[in-house]
Design a binder for this molecule. Structure first.
Ligand SMILES: C[S@@+](CC[C@H](N)C(=O)[O-])C[C@H]1O[C@@H](n2cnc3c(N)ncnc32)[C@H](O)[C@@H]1O
Length: 311
């Protein structure tokens, strides 16, 4: 795979909700190819961006693309779940805005040897950060049948999770499952052909589940989101783009929790909890891509953007 390729989703909407302004400091917690970061830097010439990515190859590509911006960009290799430590290590105490554009990049998906895609045969890896952690093969060969069923059912929302888990466990006793195509064949064998959904490949949900589990994506999202919201200055804005319902649910609930004021029972005459809303939600419904954008970037089809402003 050659140069880094990834079309940033919802570019105009990100700028509209983030409102980047000269002299302010923004966080791009999912730097990828640096597409959204360069939009911020272009739209607010005196601004600065701290860009985080778990994937060293994304960071290298972004560093090359953003070199012309000099010290307006600072790049960090790490999980955005640890954003509080990452920004403090750079001497930054608070943020004027953040963007999280979740999931894997087109570049990661299309780089065969990373093992994210069920459409290319490759080692079963799926780690965004190849410098540490367990691979998808480690999970598939090492977890109990019950745990595999839970992961595939919960993170993949796959109704055939039990059968898929049992086929995996039966097959791995023959020999360890080490490639994407072997796993695809096992899944195809487990899901009755008459029940295959024409619109999505039978391996889609299991691969989504394993990617989430390998990269502890939901836990990182929850921790990273809370930390980034806590770091926002009053008037600072947070924008999150998610690509499936599990992520969107977390984003929606945490935004609502931060937007909520008093939680005292109605029958109490006065507030005793003292809770004040910490953010205002700017997107009642999630913002989605226009037909024009999805025509040129199919990945944008499932993108949902939610945004808040800190009070
Ligand atoms: C959809 S891409 C971002 C593309 C980017 N917005 C652009 O316009 O070029 C998501 C990126 O976030 C990274 N990523 C996902 N989860 C992460 C996490 N918890 N911490 C740090 N980086 C993460 C992935 O490695 C990937 O490079």
């Amino acid at each position: 795979m050659g140069a880094f390729h990834h079309l940033s989703v919802l570019p105009e909407e990100v700028i509209r909700f983030l409102e980047p302004t000269d002299g302010k400091t923004y966080l791009d917690g999912t730097l990828g190819g640096g597409g959204h970061t360069s939009l911020i830097l272009e739209n607010a010439p005196g601004s600065q961006v701290i860009g985080i990515d778990r994937d060293q190859s994304a960071l290298s590509a972004a560093a090359a693309r953003l070199a012309a911006y000099g010290d307006r960009v600072r790049l960090v290799h790490g999980d955005f779940a640890g954003v509080a430590n990452h920004v403090r290590a750079l001497g930054v105490e608070a943020l004027d805005g953040f963007i999280l554009d979740l999931g894997v990049s087109s570049h990661q998906l299309d780089t065969r040897e990373r093992g994210f895609s069920f459409q290319q045969d490759a080692p079963l890896d799926m780690r965004m950060d190849i410098s540490n952690g367990e691979t998808a093969a480690d999970l598939v060969n090492g977890l109990s049948e019950q745990e595999l069923e839970r992961i595939i059912g919960e993170y993949g929302e796959e109704r055939w999770a039990r059968r898929i888990a049992s086929f995996i466990v039966r097959e791995r006793t023959e020999s360890p499952i080490t490639t994407t195509f072997r796993l695809v064949d096992i899944i195809k064998g487990a899901v009755p052909k008459a029940k295959w959904d024409e619109r999505i490949h039978p391996a889609t949900r299991t691969f989504q589940a394993l990617c989430i589990a390998v990269n502890t994506e939901l836990d990182s999202l929850e921790r990273g989101m809370r930390a980034a919201l806590d770091l926002l200055k009053p008037g600072g804005r947070g924008v999150i783009i998610s690509f499936h319902s599990l992520e969107d649910r977390i984003v929606k609930h945490i935004f609502r929790e931060y937007a909520e004021g008093c939680t005292c029972p109605r029958q109490l005459p006065v507030c005793v909890c003292g809770k004040q809303p910490r953010v205002k939600i700017l997107t009642g419904r999630p913002v989605t891509a226009t037909q024009e954008e999805t025509d040129s970037n199919p990945r944008a089809r499932s993108a949902k953007l939610r945004a808040v402003v800190k009070l």
